[in-house]
Design a protein around this ligand. Structure first.
Ligand SMILES: [Zn+2]
Length: 144
């Protein structure tokens, strides 16, 4: 925890929030939709900004790292993990690969985000497969 002093009730609240935002059950529910994924990321980020208490780190779809400070990074070696599980802890993921190189993902599509080339929705499945990229202020499918 940071140098800030927290009251007992604050500490209780912080611990409860941290438990929620680091629970596989809670996260599995949220990552089923783009809206949920963005909400999860926002909650984890705000929690870090407010309290500077580190999160556990997780890997989504064998492709993205959820960092201790609430950001999301793409894992360079994601192609090595074969048939990826939805979500796993970082220590479990590290049993598959020996080193981790990542780059920050600064911008994810939001709900109802439409590909500016094919005009179809960008879905959570596209994000899971990494099939999107920024194009100006919008997004396109990588394969479009
Ligand atoms: Zn498209």
């Amino acid at each position: 925890m940071s140098d800030r002093k927290f009251s007992t009730s604050e500490v209780k609240k912080i611990n409860k929030q941290r438990e929620d935002y680091n629970s596989l059950y809670y996260m599995r529910r949220l990552i089923k939709s783009i809206e949920g994924l963005n909400l999860l990321l926002r909650k984890r980020r705000e929690f870090w900004e407010n309290y500077h208490v580190m999160h556990d780190e997780f890997v989504l779809w064998g492709r993205y790292l959820l960092t201790f400070r609430g950001t999301i990074q793409e894992i360079d070696q994601h192609y090595l993990c074969g048939n990826p599980v939805e979500i796993t802890t970082l220590p479990d993921f590290m049993k598959i690969i020996s080193s981790l190189r990542t780059k920050e993902v600064t911008n994810l599509p939001t709900r109802s985000c439409v590909c500016s080339k094919c005009h179809k929705l960008i879905k959570i499945e596209d994000i899971a497969k990494g099939n999107f990229e920024p194009c100006g202020t919008q997004f396109v499918h990588k394969i479009c």
